[in-house]
Ligand binder design. Sequence first.
Ligand SMILES: *Cc1c(COP(=O)(O)O)cnc(C)c1O
Length: 428
Amino acid sequence: MDFNLKTNEKGNLTIGGVDAVELADHYQTPLYVIDEERIKNNYKRLYNAFSSQYSDFKMFYACKANTNLAVMKILEKEGSGIDAVSPGEIYTSLLAGFDPSRILYTGNNVTDEELKFAVNSGVRINLDSISQLKRLSKIPEAQGIEISFRVNPMVGAGHHDHCITGGPLSKFGIMEEEAVEVYNLAMDLGFKPVGIHTHIGSGILDPEPFMLAVRTLMDIAGRVKQGTGIKFDFIDFGGGIGIPYTPEESRLDIKTFAEKITNLYKDKLKEYELGKPTMCIEPGRYLVGDASMLLTRVNTIKQSYRKFIGVDAGFNTLLRPTMYGSYHHIVTAKTPQAEPTQKIDIAGDVCESGDLFARDRPMPDIEEGEVLAILNAGAYSFSMSSQYNSRPKAAEVLVSKDEISLIRERETFADLLSKQNVPVRLLK
Ligand SMILES: *Cc1c(COP(=O)(O)O)cnc(C)c1O
């Protein structure tokens, strides 16, 4: 994977046609820069791959990957739906202009208040437990509504370590063995079950685990249909389609992937006489992950027992390397194609020794003051950022055909304190 880096006549890295060094100078760092065209292209590529195989197909953007309103608006205009996992995401999606009918709410460990909020918002509700079903049945406004269930298809235990939101250790979904019983219970409680859902994990670059989940969910759907007579309006396979983060990984061949899955889907629809339900997927990372980079400036080069490149972003800005040990490719914004001359550690500015973006990373010569671009920072990046160490959150900029828009202002010190109250007695 060469990450398709683009440069301008100065040799500087560009994103969406805009000079990364100039963006960093103008908007300061750390700065998230998002490429609108890339998001649109990702959406179209994935949508076309599936819909050309099976026309009744819908995508629900898993917005926890990136909840910036502008990003959500781009996908709203593309025709996407939303996978929301919290009331805050429902609220944001509605504000971004998504009709409630295009929002599927898949909460886990939700409170009664959260259920009420979802019901009153008119979004579609995907239940994660029998407890949720029973509590939903006590909400007057929820009487008789359409619902679906998230099922844990027991896929991946021991075989595919990607499949971590399915399998015996996962907290998500109802058990496959209880599916028939749970759908029957839902009907007894007056609900109209219309869908079945699963989401097995994230960052999948190999079709096999996903295929296994599709096969298993379709078998479960078949059993539920036989055991309850339910006619499914939709079957949802969740998200999880990965993107390459390391130069060694290659892109998933989306056309072949879509073909394999839709063929299996169609075979299973026939096998169980399931009719022609809408086929749904919920991509998050695939749509936005490679559409953004994080620009950060080198402020310190230190030769200690090791050599450290110190930058002005940290795990407060981009948590993935510290939280998951994730690799993010890093280039220098003024010489993005330069050959490596050294192996160095790139460290953030948070007071924790785990605050490292890279260890022993081959990099070209780097000077204090220059800008580094951390690639593939569009998913689970800003949305996981925090104010740890009392650092205001970074700004976000959207670029599209040379047009630059500040879509989230850099936070200020006042933002750090905006919800705090000091009791009067302590001020005396
Ligand atoms: C996180 C999540 C997704 C999206 O996962 P990606 O790996 O970003 O595609 C989809 N569905 C549900 C229910 C999720 O929780």
